[in-house]
Write a protein that binds this ligand. Structure first.
Ligand SMILES: Nc1ncnc2c1ncn2[C@@H]1O[C@H](COP(=O)(O)OP(=O)(O)O)[C@@H](O)[C@H]1O
Ligand SMILES: [Mg+2]
Length: 266
């Protein structure tokens, strides 16, 4: 249906700080194809969240911008749904009401009963149906993230913007939620931009990994296609030499850049 890539074009971001101007991002360029699943990977503090927040329309670019369907974005939009690392559900609303709020905004013309059905359907899809009456504080962090994922998908957005969505979870829950995300993405394809610093997560989930240089003045350092066949399984990857080759490329890149960074900082 959609054929044009999302373009991040000559993006720069300067923060005014008490210590002066800080150029976090400089001349960052990327094109992301419709329904592509892309990881934005780099060392902590390189500027991943800043790029994602600008794509989300939550922060403004200093120079350059983000172009969707030939038009530069000027703020947040219902075409882009977000999931963050930290719990982002509204604490005074049940899980169902949290999802319903997003459905009402994204599907304002649906009758209330259909809005409710949609919200319940997505809560069931993420395996959180039985918790829909509960308040966020009553839910485990993993279940809260399931609800946040249900909320994002229930918006039926074109773009899913994820900022280390599994970063706070234990490794078993993280694996479950990675599989859930892959299942939902296959059922209802969309363009995904996933910020992560987890190499194996990026290789397991993504079609492509955009590696950032360390900041300041961070930009794209390497753009790596992940050609591993889908559907993927963790066990299957362990038998795939291509997986280890790609893993080697990414770790070598990260090591080289952290060394450069340390040298420059010294
Ligand atoms: N509001 C801000 N004001 C000043 N500096 C900021 C602000 N937000 C982020 N930065 C700086 O910009 C750089 C990139 O931050 P961030 O995008 O959060 O990195 P990452 O998500 O890769 O860890 C960091 O050096 C951070 O300290
Ligand atoms: Mg971040």
């Amino acid at each position: 249906m959609y054929t044009r890539p999302l373009e991040i074009s000559s993006l720069s971001k300067v923060f005014e700080t008490p210590a002066g101007r800080f150029t976090a991002i400089k001349d960052f360029n990327a094109r992301i194809a419709p329904d592509e699943f892309v990881a934005l990977l780099g060392h902590s503090g390189c500027g991943k969240s800043t790029v994602l927040a600008i794509v989300a329309g939550l922060q403004e670019a200093t120079l350059g911008g983000v172009i969707i369907d030939g038009t530069e974005i000027s703020g947040p939009g219902l075409d882009r749904a977000l999931v963050f690392q930290s719990p982002s559900l509204l604490p005074w609303m049940s899980a169902l009401d949290n999802v319903l709020l997003a459905v009402r905004q994204s599907h304002p013309k649906l009758p209330l009963s259909a809005q409710r059905d949609l919200a319940v359907r997505y809560l069931n899809l993420v395996g959180a149906g039985e918790y829909m009456r509960q308040m966020p504080a009553e839910l485990s962090q993993g279940t809260q993230q399931r609800v946040a994922i249900a909320r994002a998908f229930s918006q039926e957005p074109r773009f899913l913007l994820l900022d280390e969505p599994f970063g706070m979870l234990d490794s078993m829950t993280r694996a479950d939620l990675q599989d859930l995300l892959l299942r939902l993405w296959r059922q209802s394809p969309k363009t995904v931009l996933l910020v992560t610093h987890d190499v194996d997560e990026a290789l397991y989930l993504c079609d492509r990994i955009i590696l950032m240089t360390d900041g300041p003045e961070a930009r794209v350092g390497m753009d790596l296609r992940v050609t591993l066949a889908r559907p993927r399984s963790r066990q299957g990857l362990l038998d795939d030499p291509e997986y280890f080759r790609l893993r080697g490329v990414v770790f070598k890149y990260l090591e080289l850049h952290s060394r450069q960074f340390r040298k420059e900082a010294a």
